[in-house]
Write a protein that binds this ligand. Structure first.
Ligand code: CTP
Ligand code: MG
Length: 232
């Protein structure tokens, strides 16, 4: 049985959300954002253990919420770093030598489910690296420094990429060692820089990242609808 360790990132500052409470602890439909994805991960048969990456101001409260929700499989709650990728590195330091695959997930994406987890994990086991995404619905243009259109991208080839992203542990460690200092916004970017193929699986339009206040309105609605359908 292959071992998958999940690293859940909750060490950010949540600056764009402009809340008093830490983003992962903010409640959507009475449950902290972070607890949604932790439940889905700990309930999944292919996840062996979970490492949560917190920061100095939310760590104690995160541990308390994990206890309150009785989440299983939590191996450690470690401290993150300045950039997202520094937090990933701290999470990677805590994984067991037995782990063969690493799943990296943003706590800011509460609405993952068993289907998406199975799909991305199985694809990574087959290919070494897999990430979920959805075809872009909007027209995307590159806008130049003078706020004029530089070019219009071909939408038929554009996908919006999400987490959880899953990698063979060796592959990911090598990518972080070699390219961990370059500025990126996801983990797959580092694996791509290593010249390795990254498979894309169908994510979900419900798998939103909570970034700004507008997202909270949508998140409440998704949480309520999913609760009705027993999907989370
Ligand atoms: N994250 C992290 N460590 C960092 C930065 C981000 O663990 N140094 C985590 C966040 O907690 C979040 C995820 O990475 O779950 C995605 O980041 P983002 O949505 O940008 O969240 P924040 O960085 O917290 O928000 P902001 O950029 O608005 O400050
Ligand atoms: Mg951020």
């Amino acid at each position: 049985m292959m071992q998958v360790t999940a690293i859940v990132l909750a060490a950010g500052k949540g600056e764009r959300l402009e809340l008093k409470v830490s983003k992962p602890l903010f409640k959507i439909n009475h449950q902290p954002i972070l607890i949604y994805s932790l439940k889905a991960l700990s309930d999944h048969p292919l996840i062996a253990d979970i490492i949560v990456v917190a920061n100095a101001s939310n760590r104690v409260k995160i541990i308390a919420q994990i206890k309150k929700a009785r989440i299983g499989k939590i191996k450690a709650v470690v401290l993150g770093g300045r950039r997202r990728q520094d937090s990933v590195i701290n999470g990677l330091k805590a994984i067991s030598s037995k782990a063969r695959f690493v799943l990296i997930h943003d706590a800011a994406r509460p609405f993952i489910n068993k289907k998406i987890l199975s799909l991305v994990i199985n694809k990574a086991v087959a290919c070494g690296a897999a990430i979920p995404g959805v075809p872009v619905k909007a027209t995307i243009k590159e806008v130049g420094s003078k706020v004029v259109v530089a070019k219009t991208l071909d939408r038929s080839r554009l996908w919006e990429i999400q987490t959880p992203q899953v990698f063979s542990k060796d592959l990911l460690l090598k990518a972080y060692k070699k390219f961990g200092n370059s500025v990126v916004t996801d983990d797959a970017s580092l694996v791509e820089k290593s010249g390795r193929r990254v498979a894309v699986v169908m994510g979900s339009y419900h798998n939103i990242k909570i970034t700004t206040a507008e997202d909270l309105v949508l998140a409440e609605a998704i949480a309520k609808q999913k609760l009705k359908k027993c999907l989370i």
